[in-house]
Design a protein around this ligand. Structure first.
Ligand code: ADP
Ligand code: MG
Length: 692
């Protein structure tokens, strides 16, 4: 593949638009995107036609409004371009109206009570900030999805609104620093994607993987990740072929896949793209996940995107690298070269610190799913406690501000913000802390709690909104100030003083930190069911309303959808466990017991040898088989119970159903270790993890 030539060849990108659109139409398109204003219909017609010609030349027959409903994945309904000519033939046609607006039948998408099903129609609206692209024979047009009364029914609309809020408030702050040149500030995101690859034949034999995306049973294999020999290890030919194919597919779609490597757990890998504006990064991450699955299938493998496909080895996350960038290309979280720039950097840094501390609960909600519960709080992933890692250098500066003592080490060129004298921050001194859920990494923050299967839209909507909120407060204060420098100083000092509790540079995986965090008053919301109610706390709903990201109605409906999703996920898992226990494991254990009984009987018959070890084994296995049966029945009983309101039901699932599932699994896993391999009804962890 000639990468430079093929890169973005399946995207109707700026280059394609410039060559294919009349100059004036191209210009007015650019103008309306920059201003966020709707396009004239005449222009839309020209663009639609050019887009269609481009797509048809590449083999397209259909178009679709590609959108991101609350299911967390993408949705599409294809329409062909054909239009009858009246003489029995057709022409390929695509109008501006069809480009701008679509009306999928939306009745079956989750809406959290926003819309009764009989008035199911919602509409999709073109998001011109994300390029149209070609998938197979279909032109995909990225869109936002709303109800007819204007409520957001998707993940993209609030994300775009949060980007607007952030832009508005960040520009206000920059103006106060005398920056007149900046017109737009965007959040940028590079999301590192972790995943597992297993052999497809084996995958298909595991109904838990097929139904739930994770193993519901499975004893620990003799070898897991203890040797840490997989991390950055040499990539096996089959995996390498997959990765190459994947990169090439992504590049054609303009997804800037940059880094690929093996991760810590056996069969675990990672892909990292070059960062992009948040909504593009979100679209691209959705495409990446979809194409990973497709390419894996082509290579005879299954790509597992679940947060915890295997107990006992690392789970998968999505490290969400987040920063702020001006339209001039400046990174606002990059320590600057001049004192004024450094003061500005410090203020933006403070805004993030204050935002994360103030809205810990919301950040936790933004990554809360049934799948991610297995990861957060487990031993190898960021704990459910939100805290910030700043590194020694920045922490020393923050501490010197807090104690009002001048920062004394490595004094280079002095930076002045009012009375305090600070040195220029040396670059790249940030040490790595792999245990922090929210780490400053030199010129960006890395939010590591995001789940591997999740859309990154939720986390970034919250990040953008909470930082916008604090920036708005800062702008209010500074705009009203008589003496800018003095006000800036006191703002930085008071923020550091009030919010430094969120900073933690130590090992987040220790019990000491859990105790310390509790002393500091930080949340530790272990289960999704505990976290979700924070989404509709009064102050959080007010936050979303204040910045026009979500209305109260939208926030409540989202809460309902998230809680429902949590409950449904656990319910499906529990039902799958019942089925696998009864139809696979119990018969297998029975068959093996029968064989043992036969051997024991045969030994007894000849009288010569004692019936060992069979009789001991039979007793052990039979005892466990009784427990397995009982726990299966117990879980079924628990699933019969009708529950009341959603929050209560969520608590019931996390407090009663989940432990019963764990208990059932424990016995089954022990039985696995005792049962002859030929009887065990599906591939084991050892088979799966070392299958490729
Ligand atoms: P690290 O070694 O700190 O993980 P990398 O350079 O490997 O840093 O980047 C990790 C991810 O962070 C990549 O996806 C990269 O594109 C992204 N990234 C780098 N700079 C930024 C930024 N300013 N905003 C958002 N993401 C960024
Ligand atoms: Mg990283």
């Amino acid at each position: 593949m000639n990468v430079a030539e093929q890169y973005g060849s399946l995207v109707f990108n700026d280059r394609a638009m410039r060559t294919r659109l009349p100059r004036d139409v191209y210009k007015s398109f650019q103008k309306s995107v920059r201003a966020g204003k709707p396009l004239q219909l005449a222009d839309a017609n020209v663009i639609a036609n050019a887009m269609k010609d481009w797509a048809v030349e590449l083999g397209a027959t259909h178009f679709t409004h590609w959108f991101q409903p609350m299911t967390g994945i993408t949705a599409e309904k294809h329409d062909s371009f054909i239009s009858p000519t009246g003489d029995g033939g057709v022409i390929m046609n695509f109008s501006g109206k069809e480009l701008i607006k679509g009306e999928p039948d939306a009745s079956s998408f989750p809406s959290g009570g926003l819309r009764a099903t009989f008035e199911a129609r919602g509409y999709t609206a073109w998001d011109p900030t994300s390029y149209a692209f070609l998938k197979g024979h279909t032109l995909c047009i990225p869109t936002a999805f709303c109800s007819y009364t204007g409520e957001a029914l998707d993940k993209k609309t609030p994300l775009l609104r949060s980007m607007d809020a952030l832009n508005r408030e960040a520009v206000r702050v920059l103006r106060l620093f005398g920056n007149q040149a900046v017109n737009r500030v965007s959040s940028t995101v590079g999301s590192e994607q972790e995943y597992f690859l297993v052999d497809k034949e084996m995958y298909l034999q595991r109904r838990d993987l097929v139904f739930c995306g994770r193993t519901l049973f499975g004893a620990k294999p003799p070898k897991g990740q203890e040797l840490e020999d997989h991390y950055f290890g040499s990539i096996k030919p089959r995996v390498a072929a997959f990765m190459q194919d994947l990169d090439e597919e992504l590049w054609k779609l303009g997804v800037a896949s940059k880094t690929r490597h093996n991760e810590v757990a056996p069969a675990q890998h990672e892909l990292a793209p070059i960062f992009a504006t948040t909504n593009i990064a979100t679209d691209h991450n959705q495409l990446t996940m979809e194409i990973m699955r497709k390419v894996a299938d082509k290579h005879g493998m299954a790509c597992l995107l679940h947060e915890k496909p295997f107990a006992g080895v690392n789970g998968s996350g999505k490290h969400n690298n987040w920063s702020l960038q001006t339209d001039g290309g400046d990174n606002l979280l990059e320590p600057g070269a001049t004192p004024r720039e450094n003061a500005q950097f410090l203020l933006f840094l403070c805004a993030v610190i204050q935002a994360v501390d103030t809205y810990q609960g919301l950040l936790r909600v933004s990554v809360a799913t049934a799948g991610n519960d297995h990861r957060l709080g487990a031993n190898e992933a960021p704990p459910a406690i939100v805290s910030i890692f700043l590194g020694d250098e920045l922490t020393a500066i923050i501490e010197s501000i807090d104690s009002s003592s001048p920062y004394s080490q490595k004094v280079q060129e002095a930076m002045e913000i009012g009375v305090s004298v600070l040195p220029r921050f040396p670059r790249d001194t940030t040490d790595r802390n792999r245990t922090s859920p929210f780490a400053f990494t030199g010129n960006k923050f890395e939010f590591r709690m995001v789940g591997s299967s999740a859309s990154i839209a939720d986390a970034n909507t919250v990040l953008n909104t909470i930082v916008a909120d604090i920036l708005a407060k800062y702008a209010d204060t500074l705009e009203a100030a008589q003496d800018f420098t003095a006000a800036l100083n006191s703002l930085i000092f008071s923020t550091v003083h009030a919010h430094k509790r969120i900073i933690f540079n130590g090992n987040n995986y220790t019990d000491e930190w859990v105790a310390e965090a509790e002393k500091r008053g930080l949340y530790n919301l272990k289960h999704t069911a505990d976290a979700l109610p924070y989404f509709i706390h009064e102050e959080n709903v007010a936050l979303f309303e204040r910045h026009h990201v979500l209305t109260s109605v939208e926030a409540h409906s989202r809460y309902e959808i998230m809680m429902e999703n949590y409950i449904k996920t656990l319910r499906i898992e529990a039902l799958a466990m019942l089925e696998i226990s009864r139809k696979d494991i119990q018969p297998a254990v029975g068959a093996y017991t029968k064989e043992l009984l036969e051997i024991a009987a045969a030994k007894k018959a000849v009288g010569a040898v004692p019936a060992e070890p069979e009789s001991t084994l039979i007793k052990k296995i039979s005892g466990l088989a009784v427990s397995l049966y009982e726990r299966t029945e117990e879980l079924e009983q628990l699933l019969l119970k009708e529950s009341g309101g959603t929050e209560e039901e969520g608590q019931y699932y996390s407090g009663s159903i989940f432990p019963a599932m764990q208990a059932l699994r424990m016995v089954a896993d022990e039985l696995e270790t005792l049962t002859a391999k030929k009887y065990w009804p599906f591939p084991t962890y050892g088979d799966l993890l070392f299958s490729v």
